[in-house]
Design a protein around this ligand. Sequence first.
Ligand SMILES: Nc1ncnc2c1ncn2[C@@H]1O[C@H](COP(=O)(O)OP(=O)(O)O)[C@@H](O)[C@H]1O
Ligand SMILES: [Mg+2]
Length: 316
Amino acid sequence: MPESPVQELEELPPDAAIAADHRNPRRRNRQMQREEEPEVGTLVHAESRHELASLILHRGVKQQILDGLRAIRIRDQLEEVWSISRLQPQQGRCILNFYGPPGTGKTRAALATAHKIGQPLYQVDYSTVISKYLGDTAKHIKLAFERATHHGAALFLDEADSLLSKRVSLGESCATSINQNRNTLMQELDRFEGVVILTTNLFGNYDDALLRRVQRHIQFRLPNLSMRRELFALHLPNPERVKANLRTLAAQSRGLSGGDILNICLNAIHAGSRDPDPAKWMVTEKLLMREIRRAKAAKEKHGGKAGNRRRIGFNA
Ligand SMILES: Nc1ncnc2c1ncn2[C@@H]1O[C@H](COP(=O)(O)OP(=O)(O)O)[C@@H](O)[C@H]1O
Ligand SMILES: [Mg+2]
């Protein structure tokens, strides 16, 4: 019996107060220095189309995200009743780890989380953070946390395993600097008073020190039959122009992800919009089935692996 996506959720209001709580009053003093510093990330603002409700996830996943955020929202009460700061001194900190196969909505869920808490995401750019100059990487890591604090943003480490894979144990100076960078990262994570979101396809590669710091690991799985049908409906937004049975498409796309379904729909839309007269544009089942077959063939070619992902971490 396929699971249906979660229907009833405990709703949290988009809470600007959460954003305000994590702002550092000292951040203004940094403004002057920032001119000379490299940009180590991008500020991403979530839009209303990114809201959690627009994601099609397995039962319980949205609630797990909301539970993680709720812990921050009600921390005053948690302190009063449970003296929670003795257990978790970092008051506002909440590290969420979204893990699972590519295309299952982890990056989208990070945006949805940002939308929910009323904060932008500060998405760390690993290619700038990792420097070939000794000592610069640690500086850049600190800078990323400062920037996130300055912007009142959640720190976002997308595909974090490329930065956070296990410590190396080479007896060389480069290993020392790699481990120093990791230590800096752990210290900054401990100091940071906001929300940190990590995503990964390769959870097994995480460093143990990081694993200990994550409050919630939230698993994203491939969609089941009814979710795939919803994903087709979501990504074919004009039903009047769609001549296809979505149930059939869902049944034929077993093993494909939401990201695959997005690409299938986009390709079919382009193929169905070739006539010079836009009034004749139409997406047919035949076009969609062709794209499903292509997507499956491409997946099989990669043997179900995540594909050739970037490796630009400390170990690179
Ligand atoms: N669970 C989902 N619900 C709705 N859309 C999804 C979902 N998973 C993937 N998608 C679609 O695929 C796109 C890529 O998903 P993404 O969040 O980048 O996946 P991931 O980060 O897990 O690789 C999204 O922008 C969305 O259009
Ligand atoms: Mg992603």
